[in-house]
Write a protein that binds this ligand. Structure first.
Ligand code: AR6
Length: 174
């Protein structure tokens, strides 16, 4: 059994085996949590992402897919990069947003990670409202077998998101 929790905070300072990045398909950085993770990790993270682009994902990481790299200077062993659907481009399929969480947990399990921390994927530049982002995230994580994973943390950047995630987590206990 793993603990699933929601906390308010900055993902870049969380101690976890794996930190999940809400990236874009290029894997070459951006704004939001992606920019913050790259800034805190240092150039090794970008170099690791470039390696992924040269080898595994030459055309970029597809929406809903996930891939791991080392974590540079971050307080984690791995960064798991995933790409949420961009509502501003008409990508409004909740199953693709759920896939970000499910595939990230698959990758974490393959790596042998025991603890993993997620941001609210899609809830910034990609335009998902907090309530939908939280519902899809919490249900996806709850549905995953999470073999070997002891703790899943959602690290939320503002109170509105924290409330939305906490409400969904309470719903799981009923
Ligand atoms: N810690 C935790 N959460 C954060 C942090 C942080 N340090 N910084 C921002 N957030 P976004 P997306 C929150 O835009 O919607 C990037 O440019 C933020 O408040 O980071 O999936 C990528 O390169 C929001 O609630 O990710 C892509 O191009 C949540 O993280 C695009 O944005 C997600 O917002 C991806 O957009």
């Amino acid at each position: 059994m793993s603990v699933i929790e929601a906390v308010r905070g900055d993902l870049t300072v969380q101690r976890a085996d794996a930190l999940v990045n809400a990236a874009n398909s290029t894997l070459l950085g951006g704004g939001g949590v992606d920019g913050a993770l790259h800034a805190a990790a240092g150039p090794e993270l970008l170099e690791a992402c470039r390696r992924v682009r040269r080898t595994q994902y030459r055309d970029g990481l597809p929406v809903g897919e996930a891939v791991a790299t080392e974590a540079g200077q971050l307080p984690a062993r791995w960064v798991i990069h995933t790409v949420g659907p961009n509502r501003h481009r008409g990508q409004d399929d909740e199953a693709l947003l759920a896939a970000c969480y499910l595939r990230s947990l698959d990758v974490a399990t393959e790596l042998g990670a025991h603890t993993i921390a997620f941001p609210a994927i899609g809830a910034g530049a990609y335009g998902w409202d907090p309530v939908t982002a939280a519902r899809v995230a919490v249900r996806a994580v709850a549905d995953h077998p999470r073999i070997g994973i002891e703790r899943v943390s959602f690290v939320l950047f503002n109170d509105q998101l924290l409330d939305a995630f906490r409400t969904e987590l309470k719903g799981l206990q009923r």
